[in-house]
Design a protein around this ligand. Structure first.
Ligand SMILES: Nc1ncnc2c1ncn2[C@@H]1O[C@H](COP(=O)(O)OP(=O)(O)O)[C@@H](O)[C@H]1O
Ligand SMILES: [Mg+2]
Length: 234
């Protein structure tokens, strides 16, 4: 039994259960077990994620866990807040930079490599919800552990692809990207290591089956725009 459809993204549908809870269900039958473990870990470390109803997975059967029951967030996404003029592009970029920074200051859960952290890998303004003015990060289906630079460049690349497209979102996306890159500052300067992460982010975006051919074609100009807008530092 599912209630009203609250939201629908590229991979999942989210239904109302009641005022406090929603059900997120993968349309393709994907398994949400791994992301549930990561979300519970991040919540324990004080990171803003929706709380899970069953963080231990105790009610779980042997069947793939396509469903997640989580805290219902009452509010709008950062993207909508931006388009409605509730926040500025400068503020949206600053929020994204802060959320990335806070995520990457939490120790990795499984990886022994001291440089590795938990990555979101899809942290863009439609995956941040403002609930009572507080940003909460949703949509952890791509999460894995790795170098934080990869996460930063994924966020930048997602925005840059929109910025170089011809939709109505191009101008706001460019402004948010400029703010994000400015706030990430020296940590995202195009040193050897970081440009390796940018190349990896580009490779992953190109291999993403949910992207249209048109979106894939924009990757070169997107990388170019990132290079143009990245502060060079001292
Ligand atoms: N915890 C939540 N509370 C309220 N709405 C949510 C919640 N999680 C997701 N949504 C809504 O459902 C939409 C899709 O969820 P999301 O996890 O981003 O899935 P997708 O991978 O399909 O993008 C979101 O954009 C948002 O509108
Ligand atoms: Mg989403």
């Amino acid at each position: 039994m599912t209630g009203e459809l609250l939201g629908s993204g590229r991979s999942a549908d989210v239904y109302v259960i009641d005022d406090d809870w929603v059900l997120r269900r993968y349309r393709d039958g994907g398994d949400a077990t791994a992301e549930a473990v990561v979300m519970a870990y991040l919540a324990q470390h004080g990171y803003p994620v929706p709380l899970l109803q069953d963080p231990e997975g105790s009610g779980q059967s042997a069947a793939p866990r396509t469903d997640l029951v989580m805290q219902r967030l009452h509010g709008t996404s950062l993207l909508h807040a931006l388009l409605q003029g509730v926040i500025t592009a400068e503020e949206a970029g600053a929020q994204l930079a802060d959320l990335l920074h806070r995520l990457h200051s939490i120790p990795a859960r499984v990886c022994a490599d001291p440089a590795f952290r938990i990555l979101h890998l899809d942290l863009h303004p439609d995956n941040v919800m403002l609930a009572s003015g507080r940003p909460v990060v949703i949509d952890w289906c791509n999460t894995e552990e790795g170098p934080p630079g990869l996460d930063r460049w994924m966020s930048a690349l997602i925005l840059a692809q929109v910025a170089v497209g011809n939709s109505a979102l191009a101008a706001p996306a460019r402004a948010v990207l400029a703010s994000l890159l400015g706030h990430l500052g020296p940590v995202i300067a195009l040193g050897d290591t970081d440009s390796g992460c940018l190349a990896e982010a580009r490779r992953r975006r190109a291999a993403d089956p949910s992207m249209s051919e048109h979106e894939t074609q924009l990757l070169d100009s997107a990388v170019e725009l990132i290079r143009e807008l990245t502060p060079t530092g001292p």
